[in-house]
Each structure stands twice: as C-alpha cells, then as structure tokens.
Write a new protein. Sequence first.
Length: 117
Amino acid sequence: MPITMKNIVIFVTDLARAKVFYCDQLGLPLAGESEMMMEFFPGEKTTMGVALALQDEARKLVGRHTGITLKVEKIEQVCESLKGCGVHFVEPLESSPWGKMAVVADPDGNQLALVNR
C-alpha cells in the first residue's frame, strides 16, 4: 500500500494576521480557507496548511522553526519586498555552496527557510 504526503501544517494564534503574512507578504497561492485553517498550493500533490492552534498540543508548536523550505524565484527581489513589508528575518539572505537562503518568521514566530534552488 503506497503512502504519500497530503499536507503539512503550521499552527498560529491569529488566522487573519497569518493570512496577511502568507498571502499578502509571501504571496503563497491560497487553495481554500475556513474559520480555522487556510490551505496553500492548489493543484499540488502536497499542500501547506496554516491552522489555528486550538488545543494545548498544537499551541506548543507555535513559534518555532518549522523545518519547511520554500523555493523562491528571484529571491533577492522577494527578500527586499519582504523587508519593505516589515517581515522579520531570522537569518538574512546569504550565499552558500548550495545557493542563496534566508529564514523569515511569521507573526507568531514560525520560521520558514527561503531558498533559490
């Protein structure tokens, strides 16, 4: 029986505030939303959810490094735009042997890596 990944979820405390970050500032494509969750990357095999942390176990997962890496085209321009919007950079854009990378945090402190490769 094959197992595939459906989605990953980031827990937040304020969905409206998170929507500004993930939709307006990062520009992630919204697949759908409800009162408690948003889902991104429509049509992809794996989606990313942003959900309200309503239970104690979920609240423990708010404000940490998520381990999620997003591939970004024109990473320099994206990072400049994010800086202009006041997005918090945990790690600034830097070059490395595997490409360019920056780490940003959403309003709850959830960290996401941005890479160009």
